[in-house]
Design a protein around this ligand. Structure first.
Ligand code: AP5
Ligand code: MG
Length: 223
């Protein structure tokens, strides 16, 4: 499966992408997560990314496209990937098509998770993330078994720096200006799959799997 997961901040991209990666047995590649690790490790990439992320802006296209190119050329991505949070601009989408077409490959689908702004603020305000493994929790809908500790590795949970209310507002403006056009890009390629992200984590997941399986059955019918 070669899938990109699109959606506004807090739409559930990371939550769903990690389950889809397990289901399809391929890597979950999150550009946001890669940048956060680089920031934590204070690498050159991290320092550059931090300048943009802390302000709610996108990291520049040239850096991001090169990062994704290198990642999906690694051996584990040859069987497929679930790309979470990329592409976020039309040049990034075109960049991905170029990388894949050089290998004679293409995307299977672009999944868009739709969510109201009210729910976005509720989700991001109550999100907590693991400082070590990056696992995501929600104080109401997905609480950790022991408060403040990661279920997977036991490390402390914190609020993401960019989940402050003013930064969420800026991220949403950037999303509408720069990322919404990516939906048209995939619509024109008949690759766009829209799923309502408002339900519970499991009902959204089931809707995604149903949509993807129906789509792949239809694609097989054509051959
Ligand atoms: P990134 O980390 O991708 O952030 P984002 O797009 O703002 O999205 P989030 O991670 O905040 O939300 P999500 O959709 O993954 O939702 P989640 O599953 O966590 O990027 C961060 C920054 O890096 C960007 O702002 C940008 O600066 C930079 N960047 C990254 N990629 C880039 C790119 N390609 N180009 C340029 N810059 C880039 O869910 C949210 C919360 O809700 C969680 O607490 C979760 O537990 C809960 N939840 C999820 N689903 C449900 C549900 N169905 N019901 C109830 N609760 C739920
Ligand atoms: Mg995420």
């Amino acid at each position: 499966m070669r899938l990109v997961v699109l959606g506004a901040p807090g739409a559930g991209k990371g939550t769903q992408a990690s389950q889809l990666a397990e289901y399809y047995n391929c890597p979950h590649v999150s550009t946001g997560e890669t940048f956060r690790k680089a920031i934590q490790n204070q690498t050159e990439l991290g320092k550059e990314a931090d300048r943009h992320i802390s302000q709610g802006r996108l990291v520049p296209d040239d850096i991001t496209i090169e990062l994704v190119k290198q990642r999906i050329e690694e051996p584990d991505c040859q069987i497929g990937f679930i790309l979470d949070g990329y592409p976020r601009t039309v040049p990034q989408a075109a960049g991905l098509d170029e990388i894949l077409s050089k290998k004679g490959l293409s995307l299977d689908a672009a999944l868009h998770l739709e969510l109201s702004e009210k729910e976005i603020f509720r989700r991001l305000g109550n999100r907590r993330v693991c400082t070590k493994c990056g696992a995501n929790y929600h104080l109401d809908s997905l609480p950790p078994k022991h408060p403040g500790k990661c279920d997977r590795c036991g490390s402390p949970l914190v609020q993401r720096d960019d989940d402050q209310i003013d930064t969420i507002k800026k991220r949403l403006i950037v999303y509408h200006q720069q990322t919404r056009p990516v939906l048209d890009y995939y619509e024109k390629q008949s690759k766009l799959l829209v799923v309502n992200g408002e339900g519970s984590i499991s009902s959204v997941y089931n809707a995604i799997i149903n949509n993807l399986e129906t789509r792949s059955l239809r694609a097989n019918d054509c051959h």
